[in-house]
Design a protein around this ligand. Structure first.
Ligand code: GLY
Ligand code: MN
Ligand code: MN
Length: 523
């Protein structure tokens, strides 16, 4: 065959159809009729209303109050290709999960729409009525049932029906085929009776394109559409949705406790796996795997990639390669969180001696970090500023670094804006909000986040650390290769901070006793 013939043959079959080259796909009418017949009818169940439904309704009501007269479009996002024809496990966008109450694998391509109605006449007296658009379970007599490997029941199991979600969520549902009209109808400038849209962008590019097209088609002067201005208006919705999550409701706090409890159990699993990790070429992977098993058994997944870092790797802040050896005599820093089925995640770090006992210098560094964490807890009182936690924790660390002769300037100079020399060894923030995202509320305005006031219902971390790298020539050799972080998950209450992760020991002697107890129980 010459080149011209090869090109001709390749052109004859489009690339997307070549998936059919690896196996025969029957296409006869006889096959289709046979595959779509003689299946028992799907069970008709009407599930109970989810416990989260009323909370999700209250969240929608709060957002409705901020955007009267505007159509709000909140996509779940599509399946994402991992490689070729395999997808990542589906996880909906957090804003969608928050406003619907859906977790786990619900629901690729779905979109929540809050449709504006006359002010005060919408859901719960709000300004909108909500509806959820998604691709419901197809009947067993359809081609989708047996032929669609991404959504057909034959391939991936049963999926929800419109009636099921409606009953569970207390929310009207509609077929995804109606979505395009629902998003685009009557779009236009309010002054000519049109409806403005606000979209959570960059979640589903198909929905972005739909909204862009609708705006373009209905603009008075499409060629001069100010896309930057429209983006900025869309961002107001993302900002409001992020700020809505700054205060957790009672149901969310329950989910945080569930995620933390599973994470605490996962940390004990890791201690049990340590003897094997110490003998393995990639001991950090043994640690990672032990925790992951717990995350899948009790939750949906990990809330973020586990950091399983032994020795000097613990000084690499985002060490997720986890392919190192774990040596006796080193510290192991484990930063891990189970994501519950509701998608709320814990975020906990403990730094433990691989052989069960801290050396003197390891303990000296550990105790300094613990004192910093305790100072952070003391500063974390209702009415204080979020930023006070970091200031209190880092002041303690700067003082210790000065005592040890490592700080090249005074403590006062280091903690001043012009100094910050201590950040060579503590380069990250001490706290962040926690919830559906490990770094929750990330689009909130600065005045509500760093400069915000600690308020009952907030959930956040306190996580100071000290990281002395092997290659750091500014410190004596005895410190090098030691990385310590202690990270707890805090619920702010009217009476002060509650440490949700207190079931894991924090003091050095308690960590040693906890590890010894786990090994005794295993004997
Ligand atoms: N594990 C990510 C963090 O602690 O922020
Ligand atoms: Mn954290
Ligand atoms: Mn963490």
């Amino acid at each position: 065959m010459n080149d011209a013939e090869t090109t001709q043959n390749s052109a004859a079959q489009p690339l997307e159809e070549r998936v059919n080259n690896r196996s025969q796909r029957p296409t006869s009418d006889a096959f289709k009729a046979f595959m779509a017949s003689n299946w028992a009818p799907a069970a008709q169940v009407t599930p109970a209303r989810d416990a989260v439904a009323d909370h999700a309704a209250a969240r929608r009501r709060a957002i409705s109050g901020k955007f009267p007269g505007v159509r709000l479009v909140i996509p779940a996002g599509p399946l994402k290709v991992r490689s070729n024809d395999t997808d990542y496990r589906f996880r909906p966008h957090s804003a969608f999960a928050h406003l619907t109450g859906l977790g786990l694998d619900h629901e690729p391509d779905a979109v929540l729409i809050l449709e504006p109605v006359e002010e005060g006449t919408g859901d719960d007296g709000g300004n909108h009525s909500a509806a959820l658009y998604f691709r419901p379970l197809a009947g067993r007599d359809t081609e989708q049932f047996y032929a669609d490997a991404r959504s057909g029941e034959f391939w991936i199991g049963a999926r929800p029906t419109l009636a099921e979600f409606e009953a569970r969520l207390g929310l009207p549902t509609a077929h995804i085929d109606e979505l395009e009209v629902a998003i685009t109808k009557n779009v236009g400038a309010p002054e000519i009776g049109g409806i403005a849209i606000r979209l959570v962008r960059k979640v589903d590019e198909n929905i972005d394109a739909l909204v862009d097209t609708a705006r373009y088609n209905t603009a008075k002067d499409p060629e001069n559409l100010d896309l930057a201005e429209l983006d900025a208006l869309d961002e107001l919705l993302s900002e409001a949705l992020s700020e809505l999550r700054l205060l957790k409701d009672e149901w969310e706090i329950g989910e945080m406790k569930t995620a933390v409890a599973a994470t605490v159990a996962g940390f004990a699993d890791v201690v049990r796996a340590l003897p094997r990790a110490l003998t393995h070429e990639r001991g950090e992977r043994v640690v990672e795997g032990a925790f992951f098993a717990r995350a899948r058994e009790e939750g949906n997944e990990l809330g973020y990639d586990t950091i399983a870092a032994a020795g000097n790797n613990a000084t690499v802040l985002h060490w997720t390669r986890n392919n190192g050896k774990v040596h006796a005599g080193e510290l192991l820093l484990l930063d891990a969180g189970v994501e519950a089925e509701s998608l709320y995640t814990a975020d906990i770090t403990r730094t433990i001696p691989a052989n069960g006992t801290f050396s003197d210098v390891q303990r000296k560094v550990y105790d300094a970090v613990l004192d910093a964490a305790d100072a952070g807890f003391a500063a974390a009182q209702p009415g204080a500023k979020f930023r006070d936690i970091h200031a209190a924790a880092t002041k303690v660390l700067a003082e210790r670094l000065a005592e040890w002769g490592l700080l090249p300037v005074s403590v006062e100079e280091a903690i001043s804006t012009e100094g910050q020399q201590h950040r060579r060894w503590m380069p990250h923030g001490t706290s962040h909000h926690l919830g559906l995202d490990v770094h929750d509320c990330a689009q909130a305005k600065r005045e509500l986040y760093l400069d915000g006031t600690l308020t009952e219902g907030m959930v956040f971390t306190i996580e100071p650390g000290l990281y002395f790298k092997n290659e750091d020539l500014a410190i004596p050799a005895e410190y090098r290769g030691i990385g310590v972080r202690i990270e707890d998950d805090i619920l702010m209450t009217a009476d002060g901070p509650v440490n949700l992760s207190a079931a894991l020991p924090r003091k050095a002697e308690d960590v040693e006793a906890w590890m010894a107890g786990i090994y005794e129980d295993a004997e």
